[in-house]
Design a protein around this ligand. Structure first.
Ligand code: FES
Ligand code: FES
Length: 166
């Protein structure tokens, strides 16, 4: 058993992380969240480690994933995006501006996961508050900024759709 509590066999995995190729040895029972943290991805946060809070959300092949529940060994050949790789993405800029405007981040611990999950909504056009709530229900916030976050996402989606019309 290793110091991290992981043990057993290891294998080499290769994936694309924020546009750069990565090759790393992982334990076969090592969650992707821990591997991403080992790679310095501090916006991937582990809180519950059992798939309940969404703090560890990243995009794997474009889909939001709770990386604490995703074996790193399964990531071989995938394309992974974290918030730190999307700082110049205009959807992220719009969300961050809107989160600041609505005061939707208190301690900010959950915010990267919230942003990663919310990104999927941009492909679906404008959403009602209920639809946003349903999409975001796997992301928990200990500071209880839920109403503010829903308003922030709704506003960012509305702004993005307006800019598509013009
Ligand atoms: S740390 Fe992964 S869902 Fe909570
Ligand atoms: S802002 Fe503190 S956990 Fe969400």
């Amino acid at each position: 058993m290793s110091e991290s509590g992981l043990g057993g066999d290891q294998e080499m995995v290769r994936f694309d992380l924020n546009g750069s190729p990565v090759e790393i040895r992982v334990f076969i029972d090592e969650p992707l969240s821990q591997v991403l943290r080992r790679l310095g991805e501090s916006t991937v946060r582990e809180s519950c480690a059992v798939g309940l809070c969404g703090c560890c959300t990243a995009l794997v092949d474009g889909k939001s994933v709770s990386t604490c529940l995703y074996w790193a060994a399964m990531a071989d050949g995938t394309r992974i995006e974290t918030l730190s790789g999307l700082t110049s993405d205009e959807r992220v800029t719009a969300l961050q501006g809107s989160i600041a405007k609505h005061g939707a981040a208190q301690c900010g611990y959950c915010t990267p996961g919230m942003v990663m999950t919310a990104l999927e909504l941009f492909d679906a056009g404008e959403q009602s508050t209920k639809e946003i709530e349903a999409h975001m229900n796997g992301n928990l916030c200990r500071c209880a900024c839920y109403p503010e976050m829903r308003c922030a996402i709704k506003d960012a989606l509305a702004t993005a759709n307006k800019s598509l019309e013009t």
